[in-house]
Design a protein around this ligand. Structure first.
Ligand code: NAD
Length: 481
């Protein structure tokens, strides 16, 4: 595959330099992506700043453009999904699902109300809360859902009247570049600029003087660097970072039912989801039954190249992540864990790892304490529920979590004690554009989605119209009295 090019000021922006993109199913470079120079990044921010002047003035045009973008995305599934599968590794059906979800996010924001709020309207004053755009947004995305997470930023940023420069991960730049090309006629030139390059390009973006906002999704480690880089200029930041989501099974749960759903919540996208289940706490009495069901699913699920019929799990996306999963599983095994199934890399080319269920692990083991972000799930027994809740919360992470029980009210009481941005009851990974998504603690700052996510792409402005003939109000009139 070739012909991937950046979009700056509504036009193709060819580069001299390129870098290789690997297919994780083979480990081989299959395409070249453009390497953005500093001068081209300046040009992209300049184009975004110029485009912002008109773009912010016509809300109806912005909504119409977002709806058109959704149409183009849906109509381009057959073009985009194979690229996503090739660079990310996910099965083709899931890649198509990601394109579809990106379109749904566009439609949601195209129709989201953002009328000014009336705070006061009486004899003395009419006070409104209006939203003003921030200006230019620097958007940076990770490699697990490059297209969808891109639109978690593009759609609200544009509706709010901002323009943007977006940089995908160097592991998965191609679908985003292709999307930029497909949308060149949908948005006015400069409204959406797509650049690609290595991590240093992200650092140039966050320290660049033009953007007023950085919207970042990625790891905690990089998120801290982004926050530091944005601070001297007081750029607004939204940080969607990592998670180590606990699933807590209560003692009245049906193991067959909950373990199947927990498996789905843990292994979606081959475990490479920020808010996937990353550790399971199970009462001792149910432990063997829950493990058996989890292991049965792990043994039965079809792993392979994303283009292959019936494949549900692809490879791990990239070599460092593959090495990390191998290392965390090996560490657990060396500390007394048992791989009930899986436990090692698959004997084939590419970054394939056997779906793994680990027992004999507890808190204090790296794979329980850290974010594994891959197809390996530790199952931890507990005796006392309040102790399990404490252990679930004893982490710097706080993205999401779930509680599983035959009694939803009881589970909801436990869920309310979880220190995380989303607490699910009898489900996991139920995400939707109207729900704010974000993390407590090191899992992030701010939220995306819903009116709350939209608010993070706006400055609030109070417009206060006095109705007093003399213009005096309660706080100023005593001065002249
Ligand atoms: P990463 O932090 O390595 O990279 C994310 C992006 O940041 C990439 O585009 C990268 O090029 C860029 N980057 C790297 N260094 C940078 C710097 N110094 N300044 C600016 N940008 C820089 O993360 P990743 O490995 O691509 O993604 C996996 C992580 O993302 C996991 O921790 C996962 O939990 C997290 N994630 C979070 C969410 C969420 O919504 N909370 C969603 C998906 C993934």
């Amino acid at each position: 595959m070739s012909d991937f090019v950046m979009t700056i000021a509504g036009e193709a922006a060819p580069t001299e330099g390129t870098f290789g993109v690997r297919n994780p199913a083979t480990g081989e470079v299959f395409a070249q992506a453009p390497e953005c120079t500093r001068q081209q990044l300046d040009a992209a921010f300049d184009a975004a700043a110029k485009a912002a002047r008109d773009w912010k003035t016509d809300e109806a045009a912005r909504r119409a453009a977002l709806l058109s973008a959704a149409d183009v995305l849906m109509a381009s599934t057959a073009e985009l999904a194979p690229v996503l599968t090739a660079e990310q590794g996910k099965p083709l059906a899931d890649a198509g699902g990601e394109v579809f979800a990106a379109a749904i996010w566009c439609q949601y924001f195209a129709n989201l109300d953002m009328a000014p709020q009336i705070i006061q309207d009486d004899d003395t004053a009419h006070v409104e809360l209006a939203r003003r755009p921030l200006g230019v947004v620097a958007a940076i995305t990770p490699w697990n859902y490059p297209l969808l997470l891109g639109f978690w930023k593009i759609a609200p940023a544009l509706l709010a009247g901002n323009t943007l420069v977006l940089k995908p991960s160097p592991y998965t730049p191609l679908t985003t570049l292709k999307m930029g090309e497909l949308l060149r006629d949908v948005f006015p030139p400069g409204v959406v600029n797509i650049v690609s390059g290595g991590d240093e390009l992200g650092a140039w973006m966050t320290s660049h003087p033009v953007p007023r906002k950085v919207s970042f999704t990625g790891s905690v480690e990089t998120g801290k660097k982004v926050a530091m880089s944005a601070a001297p200029d007081l750029k607004r930041v939204t940080l969607e970072l990592g998670g180590n989501d606990p699933a807590i099974v209560l003692d009245d749960a049906d193991p067959a039912v909950v373990a199947s759903a927990i498996f789905a919540g843990a292994f979606m996208n081959n475990g490479q989801v920020c808010s996937a289940v990353k550790r399971v706490y199970v009462p001792e009495a149910l432990y063997d039954d829950v493990v058996e069901v989890l292991a049965a699913h792990a043994r039965a699920i079809k792993v392979g190249e994303g283009n292959e019929e019936g494949v549900k799990l692809g490879p791990i996306n990239n070599e460092p992540q593959y090495e990390r999963v191998k290392e965390l599983v090996a560490d657990a095994l060396s500390h007394g864990a048992t791989a009930v199934t899986g436990g090692k890399a698959m004997d084939r080319a590419g970054y394939f790892f056997e779906p793994t269920i680990l027992t004999g692990v507890s808190d204090g083991t790296r794979i329980v304490d850290e974010e594994q972000f891959g197809p390996a799930l530790p199952v931890v027994p507990y005796r006392d529920l309040s102790d399990a809740i404490d252990r679930a919360n004893a982490t710097h992470f706080g993205l999401s979590g779930s509680v599983w029980s035959a009694d939803a009210d009881r589970a909801a009481e436990v869920a309310a004690q979880l220190e995380c941005g989303t607490a699910w009851v009898n489900t996991h990974l139920a995400l939707a554009p109207q729900q704010p998504f974000g993390g407590f603690k090191w899992s992030g700052i701010g939220v995306e989605n819903g009116p709350w996510g939209l608010a993070e792409f706006s400055e609030f402005q109070v417009v206060h119209r006095s109705k007093a003939a003399d213009g005096l109000n309660v706080s100023t009139e005593s001065l002249l009295a």
